[in-house]
Design a protein around this ligand. Structure first.
Ligand SMILES: [Fe+2]
Length: 393
């Protein structure tokens, strides 16, 4: 059944291919960008990926290059880089990195667009207008967050130990470039973790209260690609087709959840990350089957349909209709177990070495206040969240 009303927006130009980065200079020119701020992180600089980016814009000199963005970028980093943007008279942003780098760039673009100095002053930015235009080209180096097409930026507030979520369609980049060369050096363990984040985006988008026909189409396409390619990309990091498929899967899932919502896995996962610093993808991989199990009675039809994409048509047709939802959860669990065997992806919260049993009540308390909880079809109380966490511990 169609929702009574829905919106779907994805105005990001997508350049995907084995050599897509070669488009960078052309894309900058078409955005009239002459003095970009180039953002990345120290690891990517060491791996030579920053050099790939710079050599793809031979006729444009960056006004500033900043590569000190930490893995869990915070509000002060965003404020500082916005100051650099102004001091160096930049006119655009090129960001190459994982979710932390791309979201930091979104925060900087938002500050410049709004003429503000502190990202915290722009909380609740969904009501803001576009402001001053800041051309932004995003080049993901992981395949998980989908940040290159989402209207979401997550920025840490280390003082209050929370992750701030900024949601506005004005945060969407102008161009996303998916180039295999940028994700090929991603280690198997991170490929597995970020890939499970993408799977979680697709499954939660397909299950959320705000799902719509377009977000469903994106989510389904993403799940198919992930089930066919995630394990391949973890086992064979230089498999170009698997890498390109995962980059596309991540983007599709990003667009899906950006136009519907995520749910309980993300709500509990955000709280776990905020309080115990568990990597986002690890938290998603661990929590996804447990939250699906909690949701199962309420989401029978949706999970049953998902079996077709998670397990393929043969498994779907061989499974009795009443067993399909449970089998869909088993497919997710089996994938996580295989990834655990080949890459060490954690299957339980205690395996991360960051969560103690006494942390669980605090995580549950923070989880029920997370914005993502609203879109979970089955209400999750603090007591439920604690139970889920205890099972996943
Ligand atoms: Fe996520």
């Amino acid at each position: 059944m169609l929702p009574a009303y829905y919106e779907f927006q994805n105005a990001v130009k997508i350049c995907s291919g084995l050599l897509a980065l070669d488009r960078l200079s052309y894309e900058l020119h078409s955005l009239h960008a002459k003095a970009p701020l180039v953002l990345s992180d120290a690891t990517l600089r060491k791996l030579g990926l920053l050099d790939h980016v710079l050599s793809a814009m031979p006729d444009i000199t960056p006004a500033c290059v900043y590569t000190d963005i930490p893995a869990d970028s915070g509000v002060s980093v965003v404020d500082h880089i916005a100051q650099l943007y102004r001091e160096n008279e930049c006119d655009s942003i090129v960001a190459a990195g994982g979710g932390s780098v791309l979201d930091t760039a979104k925060g900087v673009a938002l500050l410049i667009a709004q003429g503000a100095s502190h990202i915290k002053s722009l909380m609740g930015c969904d009501t803001l207008d576009r402001g001053h235009r800041v051309p932004y080209i995003a080049i993901p180096t992981t395949a998980g967050t989908g940040s290159e097409v989402t209207a979401v930026a997550v920025v840490s507030d280390p003082v209050h130990q929370v992750k701030l979520e900024y949601i506005s369609t004005h945060l969407m980049p102008d161009v996303a470039i998916l180039d295999v060369r940028m994700t090929q050096s991603l280690p198997p363990r991170i490929t597995a973790s970020t890939g499970m984040d993408a799977l979680c985006h697709a499954i939660e988008a397909f299950s959320s209260t705000q799902k719509n026909p377009l977000s469903d189409a994106y989510a389904i396409a993403s799940i198919r690609l992930i089930m066919e390619n995630l394990e391949k990309a973890v086992r064979h990091p230089h498999d170009k087709q698997a890498r390109l498929a995962m980059a596309n899967a991540s983007l599709l899932a990003g667009s899906a959840f950006s136009n519907s919502m995520v749910g309980g896995v993300h709500a509990i996962g955000h709280a776990t990350g905020g309080l115990c610093h568990v990597a986002h993808g690890d938290a998603m991989a661990i929590l996804l089957p447990y939250v699906m199990r909690f949701n199962e009675d309420c989401l029978q039809d949706i999970y049953s349909e998902l079996l077709l994409y998670l397990g393929g048509p043969e498994l779907y047709s061989q499974t009795a209709p009443a067993r399909r939802a449970r089998e869909a959860i088993h497919c997710v669990r089996r994938l996580a177990k295989r990834l655990n065997r080949i890459s060490g992806l954690p299957l339980r919260l205690q395996d991360t070495g960051r969560v103690k049993a006494e942390d669980l009540p605090l995580i549950a308390e923070a989880a029920v206040n997370d914005g993502a909880m609203i879109a979970n079809r089955k209400a999750i109380t603090q007591k439920d969240a604690l139970k889920i966490l205890m099972h996943a511990y």
